[in-house]
Design a protein around this ligand. Structure first.
Ligand code: C5P
Length: 235
């Protein structure tokens, strides 16, 4: 699988809206896409199948977090959907992560990439301290969660692009960083608290940037996708 790309977050409520969004892309241009909870809960595995048939690579962003046995069994089901990347919450800890890897590995030994969510990019320092009762600074939590994910055999983490460089320094260059919270220079920030442009994310060591509204809500989504790829991949 090609490393480094823009992943388009398909945060749409239905498959038909998703397909009309994707229909705007020229034939042969197949964005790497992310299916999140909204679309998956609405349309189920059928939407994964439909997008696979159209030739898209898929990050299935369901952020699993449960007891190890439940996650292992759920991952086993997801392994049969032929997606390219799935994820879980690192907060579920090591035994859950190892169970997930076991469940995800197909009989032939292949499996989708398994990525851990560290802290959501919408969580700020105040929420971390006052609501989650985590007293160490944000970056220390993220790095510690990332190191634990690496130690337990995961392929990378979802993190803020602001943390990507430090994650690589702690976990190694080949440990993947998948970074949402991306905004074009001068764009709307919305509910994201810690944001970065595609170009800066690239300089900071992001392997994949996840871009939702700056592409899906753009007047010209295809132009926005091309801009994101140009800026991120330096095309
Ligand atoms: O629209 P926007 O570019 O903010 O979308 C970002 C996408 O990345 C959303 O689908 C969101 O659920 C996801 N995400 C995130 N922060 C994380 C993990 C996933 O924003 N830590």
């Amino acid at each position: 699988m090609q490393n480094r790309d823009v992943i388009v977050a398909l945060d749409f409520p239905t498959l038909s809206e998703t397909l009309s969004f994707l229909d705007a892309f020229p034939a042969g241009e197949k964005p790497f896409v992310k299916i999140g909870m909204e679309l998956f809960y609405a349309e189920g595995p059928a939407c994964v199948k439909a997008l696979k048939e159209r030739g898209h690579r898929i990050f299935l962003d369901l952020k699993l977090h449960d007891i190890p046995n439940t996650v292992k069994r759920a991952m086993n089901v997801l392994s049969r959907l032929d997606v390219d990347m799935v994820n879980l919450h690192a907060a579920g800890a090591g035994e859950m992560m190892r169970g997930a890897l076991e469940g995800l590995t197909r009989p032939d030994g292949t499996r989708p990439l398994l990525i851990a969510v560290t802290q959501l990019t919408s969580t700020d320092a105040q929420a971390l301290k006052n609501e989650l009762l985590i007293d160490v600074p944000m970056e220390e939590t993220v790095l510690s969660y990332a190191a634990n994910a690496a130690k337990n055999g995961l392929d990378g983490v979802v993190c803020s692009p602001l943390e990507a460089k430090a994650v690589k320094a702690r976990c190694g260059e080949t440990f993947l960083t998948v970074t949402p919270g991306i905004r074009f220079a001068g764009g709307e920030v919305g509910d994201q608290k810690r944001v970065m442009t595609p170009e800066k994310a690239a300089h900071n060591g992001s392997d994949y940037i996840v871009v939702g509204r700056p592409i899906t809500q753009a007047d010209d989504p295809v132009a926005a996708w091309n801009r994101a790829r140009r800026e991120f991949l330096g095309l």
